[in-house]
Design a protein around this ligand. Structure first.
Ligand code: FAD
Length: 406
């Protein structure tokens, strides 16, 4: 196959704009095609971008894009619902200039990444839902739901956990896997909640998990993970009213010695909830001129706190591979070689963490005994340390080795 000079990027979430910027730096001209029609749609949730994600953005000179959003978050402190302290973990050693992880609304992260891509002359087009991919010997064509098409040398699937590109690559690819907790969250002003700056409080409540942290403007940002064994029916959660969510959450947190119930009660506006999913291992991340990045290849449960950072790392590594290996198939193979082990380790850790949140009575006792040990190790530098996760530096200029033949 001839070297890629042009690329279609499907999906304008976290990975999409970053992959387009990274490809541009590698000399490949890319356009981003996003299904949503409203660029400023409220995406509801917030996430923590950890230092490895910020470092990956810096590898392509885009670190400044996230410097002004959200708020610094250095650590997460864990307790049980009875108030027992279980331990704490950091969001990664600060980068050399002191930068730490940030908590940011998903919509804001999308917005600043898109703005940075557009500042570099890249185009993100909305209302372009990919429905079909047509392959030809000399290129690949994306067919969108509005009947339009676009053609380029390669197509990058940055289209998230329900990826259409994934099934274009492999019709037998696995689908998203239900993780047995729900997600709901909000923003509240609550008097008399004592919160150290930069720290998220994570509580394994008696009946549900609750996380909350202080934004500099005095708002408490929170999320809850009510356990739920079976996958909700389509539309079931969307049909729940704000009052139903509130009543349920207040009941779930009634017996915990934490401010969870007060925070939920003080939250104005609408409450919305989601089911949680991750991806089982996806055997084929690429075929022909198509390749996957981010959640499309390896969505992790939000409990890992790493989905966005992994998507950004993928984007940068893929571009390095395409820069150094003119044949796209060779580049894609090198990219998978760089990424698969790391991201699948993250997905597995995220699944373990979500299962701990959904533990039954016996599991809860075991968890409260074992978790302090795990958290101590995670915060240290020996076995069980999280250094492998946070200290991942991409050297943009370093050449990518040729993949080892299978
Ligand atoms: C509640 C919640 C909390 C989370 N917390 C964290 C956290 O603390 N830390 C963290 O790092 N991550 C967290 N995540 C995960 C994080 O949001 C994802 O891992 C990250 O957004 C992945 O980026 P992506 O670009 O691969 O996918 P997305 O950001 O989902 O982007 C995919 C884009 O593709 C578009 N698309 C889909 N189908 C098509 C199509 N057919 N045609 C065109 N476009 C299409 C979608 O509209 C979307 O904009 C959380 C996720 C959720 C839901």
């Amino acid at each position: 196959m001839t070297a890629a000079r042009t690329a279609l990027v499907i999906g304008g979430g976290v990975a999409g704009p970053v992959v387009a910027m990274a490809l541009q730096k590698a000399g490949i001209s890319a356009t981003v095609h996003e299904a949503r029609t409203d660029p400023d749609e409220d995406l509801g949730a917030f996430l923590t971008l950890q230092v490895n994600g910020i470092a990956a953005l810096r590898a392509i000179g885009a670190g400044e894009a996230v410097a002004g959003v959200g708020f610094a978050t250095t650590s997460m402190s864990f307790r049980s619902g009875s108030g027992k302290v279980l331990g704490a973990v950091g969001t990664g050693e600060p980068l050399p200039d002191g930068t730490v992880g940030v908590t940011v609304a998903r919509a804001d992260l999308h917005r600043v990444l898109r703005a940075e891509a557009e500042r570099r002359g890249l185009t993100v087009t909305y209302g372009k839902r990919l429905v079909e991919v047509r392959e030809a010997p000399d290129g690949v064509t994306a067919v969108f739901a509005d009947g339009t098409t676009a053609t380029a040398d390669i197509l990058v699937g940055a289209d998230g956990i329900r990826s259409r590109v994934r099934t274009a690559i492999d019709p037998n690819a696995p689908s998203a896997r239900y993780v047995p907790v729900l997600n709901v969250g909000g923003f509240a002003r609550v008097p008399d909640v004592d919160l150290p700056a930069g720290e998220f409080q994570m509580v394994f409540g008696k009946r549900a998990f609750f996380g909350y942290g202080p934004a500099p403007d005095g708002t408490v940002w929170w999320f809850a993970n009510p356990p739920r064994r079976d996958e909700p029916a389509p539309g079931e959660l969307a049909a729940m009213t704000t009052e139903q969510w509130r009543t349920w959450l207040l009941d779930l947190f009634a017996d915990d010695r934490t401010p969870a119930a007060r925070i939920v009660a003080a939250t104005p506006g609408e409450l919305r909830g989601w089911a949680t999913y991750d991806m089982p291992p996806v055997p084929h991340w690429h075929r022909g001129r198509m390749v996957l990045v981010g959640d499309a290849a390896h969505a992790t449960s939000p409990s890992s706190g790493q989905g966005a950072s992994m998507a950004i790392e993928d984007a940068v590594e893929l571009a390095r591979c395409l820069r150094d290996h003119p044949d796209p198939e060779t580049a894609f193979t090198a990219y998978v070689g760089l990424r698969r082990e790391r991201v699948e380790r993250v997905v597995a850790a995220g699944a373990r963490s979500s299962n701990q949140k959904a533990a039954g009575p016996v599991g809860r006792v075991l968890r409260d005994l074992v978790l302090p040990i795990i958290l101590r190790r995670a915060a240290g530098s020996g076995t069980g340390s999280l250094a492998w996760l946070h200290r991942y530096e991409i050297d943009w200029d370093a050449p990518v080795a040729a993949p080892v033949p299978a």
